[in-house]
Design a protein around this ligand. Structure first.
Ligand code: HSE
Length: 393
């Protein structure tokens, strides 16, 4: 099988490394995978692939017009990569992508095009790194209604929160460590702002509910404002703080959010560092949990390799998703929340169940309220830290 790779950053070098190191064992099993070309932006940049003969190009048309069967996309750009994937699919090439921004924004279009062209569109690496999560859900969706999913889906945020919590490290210091480990995006705003996890929960939720979900309908709140006082407050009550991406389908409405959450003594509270965890509820099983490395070079490249192998072995599922349902998004389920703010509006005052003051700030626990209702009471979220409380205090 002739393949091409678009992008040669963290994940791209991981794919090349695995293919190079496992060439003999793959060949022994008749899996002959040859990298014809690697698309890069800057041909002058020094690169050190394990295969010294690896051919680089900065001309996308060399890949589009080549006879490769499958293109691995490990780029991080959005519109440019989307346009290229469309051209590649139209020319009949299978796509394996780790680009969650493209998969999330254009999930419907790309699945539709893959179906029309009768090719494979595989994106296991776009969500939760090395954890096999897309394929189990894709298979499950044929015969089991699933109505709820939750996950720690951003390794960078989880690394920062658990290090701050356990070691008392500073935010900036641990963000730098997460970047050095290859977890964070080049611009980490998407990680710490919750947008990376938002894209991933959009993909997982659309897949299990078979319904389109617009990214801008997902309530997304990150960890940029988190402070030591939040960890202290949570700890006093026996909680850890983790960013959970979650969705639930009830009464034909999808509740969906990415939000820091007070978690206690459960699967998520015990998920540390760059690890991701996913829990899904379905009708044929109460719930199952998956946990593993959610980011990193070989970790993500591993998921790419599994997609490639499935395509080569002709046992990949062709485009299950067709957005056949159309559920509305509405965050109407009620829960308690923690809010740290210097200003308390009249609407917020009405929601207070418990309150504490530290350095002119109000640390509040609300009574049960829907996220939509709380959002309305909070107004501008810039100076606020907000967390959902997993269960009653
Ligand atoms: N920046 C992402 C994370 C990489 O931190 O989880 C994996 O998608």
């Amino acid at each position: 099988m002739k393949i091409a790779i678009m992008g040669f950053g963290t994940v791209g070098t991981g794919v090349e490394e695995i293919l190079y190191k496992k060439r003999e064992s793959l060949l022994k099993n008749n899996f002959d995978i040859k990298i014809e070309k690697v698309l890069i932006r800057n041909k002058n940049k020094k690169r050190s692939p394990l295969d010294g003969d690896l051919a680089f190009t900065d001309d996308f048309n060399e890949i589009l017009n080549s006879d490769v069967d499958t293109v691995i996309d490990v780029t991080s750009s959005l519109e440019e990569t989307y346009e290229r994937i469309v051209k590649l699919m139209e020319s009949g090439k299978n796509i394996v992508t780790a680009n969650k921004a493209v998969v999330s924004k254009y999930f419907e279009e790309l699945n539709e095009l893959a179906r029309e062209k009768d090719i494979y569109f595989s994106y296991e690496a776009a969500v939760a790194g090395a954890i096999p999560v897309i394929h189990p859900l894709m298979e499950e969706a044929f015969f089991s209604d699933m109505n709820k999913i939750q996950g720690i889906l951003n390794g960078t945020s989880n690394y920062i929160l658990s290090k701050m919590e356990v070691e008392g490290s500073s935010y900036d210091e641990v963000l730098k460590e997460a970047q050095d480990l290859g977890y964070a995006e080049a611009d980490p705003t998407a990680d710490v702002g919750g947008f990376d996890a938002m894209r991933k929960i959009r993909i997982l939720s659309s897949l299990i509910y078979n319904s389109k979900i617009n990214e801008d309908e997902i309530f997304t709140f990150g960890i940029e404002n988190v402070k030591k006082s939040d960890f202290d407050f949570a700890k006093e009550r026996g909680y850890s703080i983790r960013v959970l991406a979650k969705s639930e389908l009830t009464n034909d409405k999808i509740n969906i959010s990415v939000i820091p959450t007070f978690v206690r003594d459960n699967f998520f509270a015990k998920t540390f560092g760059g690890t991701n965890g996913v829990k899904v509820w379905g009708e044929n099983f109460s719930a199952y949990e998956l946990k593993g490395p959610g980011a990193g070079k070989l970790e993500t490249a591993d998921a790419v390799m599994r997609d490639l192998l499935r395509i080569l072995a002709k046992r990949e599922i062709k485009t299950f998703y067709d957005a056949g349902n159309s559920y509305e998004v509405e965050n109407n389920l009620e829960n308690k929340f923690y809010v740290r703010t210097s200003e308390v509006s009249t609407e917020l005052k009405d929601l207070i169940e418990e309150e504490k003051f530290i350095n002119d700030e109000h640390l509040i626990i609300t009574r049960k309220v829907s996220l939509d209702g709380l959002r309305h009471a909070l107004g501008n979220l810039d100076k606020v830290f907000l967390a959902e409380i997993e269960e009653d205090l």
